[in-house]
Write a protein that binds this ligand. Structure first.
Ligand code: IMP
Length: 187
């Protein structure tokens, strides 16, 4: 069993489940008759997207797009779409599923891309949003939780590929990690 440093929990997995279920209800009520095309922004949004998919009726398939703008804890400002550029979105109501909206650049680029590709509409469901960090304005139609400007990990979110599998959303603190590693080495 993997154990993790005792980072501060922002949202427990239980809270995430409950909120995702509420979002699924809102999405279902807002899209009667014409189910959306679910497009998860991988890797980070995969766990949230799978939960949402489970709570939405109709067994909707989950598509994936990869767009990256991040290296370490700093946003680079460059957004590159490497997977899912050519998804068949023409005439569909696309629902982009994101783990966290930070500067807003990724979601803005994806919204524009799929609009240009002929989607009937593009909406966004994001587990988290950090409004204090916004550089470009983007609407988030379905938002799980708003958080302050802190670097979070868990529930799909990572720091250079680590901590994605943590079930809760926690605040990354290098001092907590250092103390944990030192403690483990002393035992
Ligand atoms: P944006 O384009 O600046 O909005 O960046 C969005 C992406 O940055 C997310 O999909 C995450 O992959 C990553 N990101 C932003 N903030 C965090 C964070 O606090 N923890 C982990 N990843 C983050």
């Amino acid at each position: 069993m993997t154990s993790f440093p005792p980072f501060r929990v922002l949202f427990s997995h239980e809270q995430i489940l409950r909120r995702t279920q509420e979002l699924a209800r809102a999405i279902t009520n807002a899209t009667p008759g014409e189910p959306p095309m679910l497009v998860a922004v991988i890797e980070g949004a995969r766990p949230f997207a799978r939960l949402l998919q489970k709570f939405l009726p109709g067994g909707l398939p989950l598509h994936e797009v990869r767009a990256s703008s991040y290296a370490g804890t700093q946003s680079t400002g460059q957004v590159t779409i490497t997977i899912g550029k050519d998804l068949p979105v023409r005439g569909r109501h696309v629902l982009l599923l994101e783990d966290i909206v930070d500067t807003g650049r990724t979601i803005k680029a994806l919204r524009q891309h799929f609009t240009v590709q002929g989607a009937k509409s593009v909406a966004v469901a994001s587990l988290l949003s950090k409004p204090d960090r916004r550089v470009v304005e983007v609407p988030i139609e379905y938002l799980g939780f708003q958080i302050p400007d802190e670097f979070v990990i868990g529930c799909g979110m990572d720091l250079d590929g680590r901590f994605r599998e943590l079930p809760d959303v926690v605040v990354y603190d290098p001092a907590v990690e250092r103390a944990f590693v030192a403690g483990a080495a002393a035992n």
